[in-house]
Design a protein around this ligand. Structure first.
Ligand SMILES: C[S@@+](CC[C@H](N)C(=O)[O-])C[C@H]1O[C@@H](n2cnc3c(N)ncnc32)[C@H](O)[C@@H]1O
Length: 372
């Protein structure tokens, strides 16, 4: 790919922020950065011709909000709003109002495009696409609470995705199992770095249905059967979507997945779920142990586990409540697991979401968990 100029890179940030539906103030401030402060005709034209046209994905109300803010800001500066911008805004005004109100009330779903932008100089990095950007469309909800928790994109999954893309060597050709996968972003990144197997799970059926839709939108085939026999773990399907509530997942079901790596993003928040989550992690992390005479104990039924490196879990988390996190640490200790804070050591090599000002990378911590 030809080297991009500073201005092109800045406009790419504006477009990426727009497609990720970043707060409109943030998108407009990025545009101001491209033009040295004021919103010039060029910046207005960029919004009207490139961004708004690119959002022909049904997110009209966001485009309308942005155009409104743009017009307000240009008018406040006594600048001249382009006729085309007024016309585009008028079109959105007439088309959407009543339909939108209904959709908002109905807990509407929108599509965000998450663009991972690889910096100059990363061409040779194994996860860097030729275009130096990996754009992942994700259907998600605007409502972070009220039963739609798993249909939102949480900061830890952005962090874990950057981590996967930064350190593909940890995941390529590995069987990866994610707990509480939500919209499926981490799984899509794992598929991008060619994990051998990607097992995505969630306890919420609506979240699971939304995740499957996102896999389809990203051209990933999945199957949604759990393995029926122990030996089936090595079979060919690369992506699986499994309904797996931590409370009811059985040890025998869990022992059949045999992952090399377990992942979880923003799954430590509900104290009542923590013992169940820990029980799931223990079952997935369990490795065969040697008896006194050197043979393997049979607690691990799958013989393909023999000789494997220890299974490790990478858990990314924003610590919102210290008591909840301490309760998690206590359980980790009681279950004979060790936890290491890798945030500083394994900082994602690249800042792949430089335009996403709503994402506070420094708020996320990365832990590895394994058996002592
Ligand atoms: C805060 S969301 C994080 C989603 C996603 N990992 C992300 O970071 O964007 C927590 C996820 O864990 C799932 N979850 C919560 N409690 C669960 C349980 N008891 N069993 C299985 N999944 C659960 C939710 O459905 C949701 O998808």
């Amino acid at each position: 790919m030809a080297a991009v100029t500073e201005a092109e890179a800045q406009y790419l940030h504006v477009l990426s922020a727009f497609l990720a539906m970043e707060p409109v103030n943030s998108v407009i401030s990025l545009a101001r950065g491209c033009t040295g402060g004021s919103i010039t005709d060029i910046a207005q034209r960029f919004f009207w011709e490139i961004c708004v046209k690119a959002s022909a994905n049904g997110n009209g109300s966001y485009a309308k909000k942005l155009l409104k803010k743009l017009i307000n800001e240009v008018e406040l500066e006594y600048g001249e709003v382009l006729d085309e911008v007024y016309e585009e805004y008028a079109l959105y005004m007439s088309a959407s109002s009543s339909k939108e109100d209904t959709l908002v009330k109905e807990n509407r779903r929108i599509t965000k495009f998450i663009s991972f932008l690889f910096p100059e100089g990363s061409y040779n990095h194994p996860s860097c696409p030729r275009s130096r950007k990996l754009v992942i469309p994700l259907q998600c909800s605007l409502n972070m609470l009220e039963g739609d928790t798993g249909c939102c994109i949480w900061p830890s999954s952005l962090f874990l995705s950057e981590f996967v893309l930064s350190f593909p060597e940890l995941f390529t050709n590995k069987a990866c199992f994610e707990v509480g996968s939500g919209v499926g972003l981490v799984g899509i990144c794992l598929a991008h770095v060619k994990a051998k197997k990607v097992i995505l799970t969630d306890g919420d059926l609506l979240t699971l249905a939304n995740m499957k839709l996102n896999l389809e939108r990203n051209h990933l085939n999945y199957d949604d059967e759990s393995p029926k026999q122990p030996g089936e773990a090595a079979h060919t399907t690369r992506v699986k979507c499994i309904h797996l509530p931590w409370e009811t997942a059985s040890e025998s079901e869990l022992s059949e997945y045999c992952p090399d790596i377990v992942l979880g993003a923003d799954v430590i928040y509900d104290p009542s779920c923590l013992p169940h989550l820990l029980r799931v992690l223990v079952a997935l992390l369990r490795k065969p142990t040697k008896t006194d005479n050197g043979s393997l104990k049979t607690e691990d039924k799958d013989t393909t586990q023999q000789g494997r490196s220890p299974v490790v879990a990478y858990i990314a988390s924003v610590i919102r409540n210290a008591d909840t996190f301490n309760a998690f640490l206590t359980l980790v200790d009681q279950m004979d697991l060790s936890i290491t804070d890798l945030t500083a050591e394994l900082r994602p090599r690249f800042e792949l979401l430089p335009y996403m000002h709503s994402y506070d990378r420094s708020s996320v911590k990365l832990f590895s968990i394994s058996f002592r």
